[in-house]
Design a protein around this ligand. Structure first.
Ligand code: GLU
Length: 548
């Protein structure tokens, strides 16, 4: 048979069959309804929030159903592959705790799972087996169109306002007699392999997307390339078909930009008679821009890249929480009733995704993050800020390590109470909110006492230090002593009386506590002053008042 000869000329080394591979990768033994999902990034060197969101959904679906979540490195487009990209993706998955059950990390030589290789460039022979089968069956053919010819076709189609692509009369080599094709290959002419589409653009088919519901598409009639000439690697469309089939993926979660590929994928699965996985085409991530709403953009919006959250030092769980709220509209209500539950306990439902777009709001993330940090234990805050500083502010990291208990005491101010204080939104701002507690930063200070003279303030503070301050006082005693000091020096302790006749006083108790606060921190607003003084301790308090 000539087609057999053609298939052997193109793939002389391919000896296995599809059945061989199907036997090597049998059905997974999982509970009924277990979901097998995959995160399938292309190693382009960065991670967009639009990649992270489907990944989070993949993870939830698998965990909720006792399924499998695996990582597949889609590196068939070698011109876009960036060194170290997978390691970077891994660092993100690790940081967020989205550990895949199956994976392959080439650099560290780590692999897990029996459905690999999980790196597409290592699966060339598998893809070629499937392509060889199609060539043998006459369902795919070598196409010898040159780049120049294809450019001319595209330009002509654009000019005539026709659909772009190799179909109908543009598919010049579709019906080339097999012996001629063999001849051309023997002569060394370059070719790609194209699918011999059997679709009709004027016929429609129905497709059920789990987010968008039933959709109708025209059939694909384009002879899409399935194998590139350059390196014998398949195109994305073909690789995803083979991989999701052999790896037994049940749900494909991917961006809306892939919806337009559905007709091609539908035809590919039909050609082989394989069952299609279920598709969850997730909505675009949108952001408010002034009065309008637009798609989040990696060029315009720093928050589109996952590095943004790391650099700012948002706790990873806060980022997950914020994204979960845009994944499913009922997530927030669920969270309110399940404060301590892990996010994977929430039952994700594709039906509850908005098909029109998911609005991501940084203010909301800030709010979630602030609440989240306020509920952490002081040790957790310390670990968080230390980890962040080690990466982004080594000097502060050294200080934190030197003053571990001291720093934790700072984070503990007004923490262990019903409504904890919400001081910190992300780890990168903790230094700017606590710097004054460290002598290393409390240098070259300027003080601003407003309308009060520094000399008078000095006198008040000296009296306070000499006659009233006692480190061992409890908060109540501490406060009654400040009141005594006020009375003695002519400052009002009763704010009502003060407001009625301010001229009778030098100032009020608010001014006096502020003098102390400013002397110790330079600031007029801080967390509880008594706590601050307790943590600073006698020696520092004395030094700072003296310094003033
Ligand atoms: N490699 C594709 C991408 O990074 C994955 C699409 C899919 O999940 O099928 O966009």
């Amino acid at each position: 048979m000539q087609r057999e000869e053609l298939a052997n000329i193109i793939f002389p080394e391919v000896t296995k069959t599809i059945a061989d591979y199907e036997a090597m990768y049998p059905e997974r033994k999982l509970e009924e309804n277990a979901r097998v999902t995959r995160f399938a990034p292309s190693p382009t060197g960065f991670m967009h929030i639009g990649h992270f969101m489907p990944c989070l959904i993949d993870f939830c679906l698998a965990r909720q159903s006792k399924g499998v979540f695996y990582l597949r490195n889609e590196d068939t487009d070698t011109s876009r592959t960036v060194e170290g990209a997978v390691e970077y993706i891994r660092s993100i998955l690790d940081a967020y705790g989205l550990y895949p059950d199956e994976y392959e990390y080439r650099d560290s030589n780590e692999t897990k799972g029996s459905y690999g290789p999980y790196i597409q460039s290592e699966r060339k022979e598998i893809y070629q087996t499937f392509i060889k089968h199609l060539v043998r069956e006459g369902k795919a053919y070598p196409c010898f169109l040159t780049k120049e010819e294809m450019d001319a076709i595209r330009e002509g189609q654009a000019k005539d306002k026709r659909r772009i692509g190799i179909y109908g009369r543009y598919a010049k080599y579709r019906d080339l007699p097999v012996e001629e094709a063999i001849e051309k290959i023997k002569k060394g002419e370059a070719y790609t392999i194209r699918l011999k589409s059997t679709g009709d653009f004027n016929r429609k088919f129905k497709f059920n997307d789990l987010v968008n519901g039933e959709m109708e598409f025209p059939e694909n009639d384009i002879d899409i390339p399935i194998m590139k000439s350059k390196d014998g690697l398949p195109t994305y469309h073909f690789a995803h078909l083979v991989d999701d089939h052999l790896m037994h993926t049940t749900h494909v979660v991917r961006g809306q930009e892939w919806i337009s590929s559905v007709p091609v994928h539908f035809e590919l699965f039909k050609t082989f008679g394989f069952k299609m996985p279920k598709y969850i085409h997730i909505p675009l991530i949108l952001k408010k821009d002034g009065e309008s709403v637009r798609k989040i953009s990696k060029r315009l919006d720093p928050e589109a890249k996952m590095t943004y959250y790391e650099e700012k030092g948002y706790p990873t769980m806060a980022v997950i929480e914020a994204i979960m709220t845009i994944i499913n509209s009922n997530y927030e209500a669920w969270r309110e009733g399940h404060l301590d539950a892990h996010f994977t306990e929430f039952e994700f439902s594709p039906k509850k995704m908005s098909s029109s777009g998911a609005l991501f709001d940084l203010d909301k993330l800030d709010n979630i993050s602030k609440n989240y940090i306020s509920r952490l234990k002081k040790e957790e805050v310390y670990e968080g800020v230390l980890a962040w500083s080690k990466k982004y502010d080594q000097e502060f990291a050294t200080i934190l390590e030197q003053y571990k208990d001291y720093s934790m005491a700072i984070y503990n101010i007004e923490r262990e109470q019903k409504k904890p204080r919400k001081d910190y939104t992300y780890y990168s701002e903790i230094k700017s909110k606590t710097w004054y507690m460290y002598d290393e930063y409390f240098q070259d200070i300027t003080y601003d006492f407003g309308e009060f003279k520094k000399e008078d303030v000095k006198e008040i503070l000296t009296t306070y230090w000499k006659d009233y301050y006692k480190e061992e006082d409890d908060q109540e005693t501490w406060f009654s002593k400040i009141k005594e000091l006020c009375t003695k020096l002519g400052f009002a302790t009763d704010m009502k009386a003060y407001k009625a006749n301010p001229e009778n006083y030098k100032g009020s108790i608010v001014d006096v506590t502020n003098f102390i606060r400013i002397a110790l921190t330079t600031l007029t607003t801080t967390p509880n002053l008594y706590d601050i003084m307790q943590i600073l301790g006698k020696e520092r308090v004395e030094k700072r008042i003296e310094n003033l």
